[in-house]
Design a protein around this ligand. Structure first.
Ligand code: ACO
Length: 307
């Protein structure tokens, strides 16, 4: 029976169709999805912190309303992704416990601090821009609940990217000091944004199998290249310089050549030694503990209502 079911699974993947939660799937496929979707969900939730840092200090009511909406969207993305992950037989509670125990990863990018308001714009432009590049192909991922969550998330991420770009454009039309703030922020975020796509393909242990299963649709390096090609003209329109002396158009390849991020720094951040790793986890743990009474009250209410 197992071999018939396995053949069905292979046929779904080969046809580019969706695998659904009740279909038979190899244990490795399930585990890979739980790993990737959980990391993705955690990234959305931890990603609320760097920008949340600026909500009380937004320069106008309009900027504050935009930033609040954006940070709330990230919470929503985390929740859709935890729900997608729950269809694979793990609970959100379990995933949260693994995150705050430091046993599951989240994106390296959120371990960098936000030092000026320009960072809100740069995160929208570069970080959400990189996220879109990585996530649009994931709308076609082979696991149904993940792909469907990605469709909605990508629509909202496009809004995030545009609000960031518009913020930076406004600052670039401002004073010399504001332009310098934007450039300084882009200088800090450019390389960490490139690291979001993961290690180079030859050092990526998961890519080949994830692509064979249709979980990933592109390699890390392909998506990084796509992001660079997409971002260079945007940087020109904005009037900022991307901090890479090796960045130039290559006519033969039809792509930009560019330098390599500091992969040792990437490894350190992934291992928990980035500038803000400890702070992010302490904050997340405290928020979870402070929210215990809400979970208890909701559970008690649900028990009463069903009795
Ligand atoms: N930050 C932290 N860890 C990373 C990163 C990163 N930027 N890139 C790779 N890693 C980890 C991988 O999780 C993996 O560790 P693990 O095996 O312990 O899980 C290891 O480094 C090796 O990398 P890969 O073999 O390339 O891993 P994978 O095939 O999972 O590819 C990638 C990594 C591209 C990030 C993939 O998981 C993915 O596309 N995830 C969905 C998108 C996502 O999570 N985005 C979050 C940030 S965007 C946002 O929230 C706004």
């Amino acid at each position: 029976k197992e071999s018939i079911l396995e053949a069905d699974f292979d046929a779904i993947v080969a046809a580019g169709d969706r695998v659904e939660p009740r279909d038979w799937m190899p244990e490795g496929y399930r585990k890979t999805l739980v790993r990737q979707i959980a990391q993705h969900a955690h990234s959305e939730i931890i990603g609320m912190q760097p920008e949340g840092n600026w909500i009380t200090r937004a320069p106008s009511l309009r900027r504050k309303a935009i930033l609040l909406a954006k940070v709330q969207d990230e919470a929503g993305h985390g929740l859709y992704l935890y729900s997608a992950c729950e269809t694979l037989g793990v609970s959100r509670d379990e995933l949260t416990r693994l995150l705050i125990a430091g046993k599951q990863k989240y994106s390296s990018i959120f371990n960098y601090p936000t030092l000026s308001y320009a960072d809100v714009g740069t995160i929208g432009w570069l970080v959400d821009g990189a996220a879109i590049c990585n996530q649009v192909p994931l709308c076609r991922t082979s696991f149904g609940p993940y792909g469907r969550a990605m469709i909605r998330i990508c629509k909202e991420e496009s809004f995030h990217q545009r609000q960031g770009y518009e913020l930076l454009m406004t600052m670039m039309r401002g004073t010399d000091e504001q332009r310098a703030m934007v450039q300084e922020s882009v200088d800090r975020f450019w390389w960490p944004a490139l690291m979001m796509f993961g290690p180079p393909d030859e050092e990526s242990p998961n890519t080949a199998q994830s692509m064979a299963w249709g979980i990933k649709r592109n390699t890390n390096d392909d998506l990084r290249q796509r992001f660079v090609d997409m971002t260079v003209p945007q940087a020109e329109a904005l009037g900022v310089t991307l901090p890479d002396p090796d960045l130039r158009w290559n006519d033969e390849r039809g792509h930009h050549d560019f330098g390599q991020p500091d992969w040792d720094e990437f490894m350190q951040v992934v291992k928990g030694n980035g500038p803000c790793n400890a702070q992010r986890l302490v904050h997340r743990r405290r928020a979870h503990e402070d929210g215990a009474w809400v979970r208890e009250a909701a559970t008690a209410f649900a028990a009463k209502a069903s009795a």
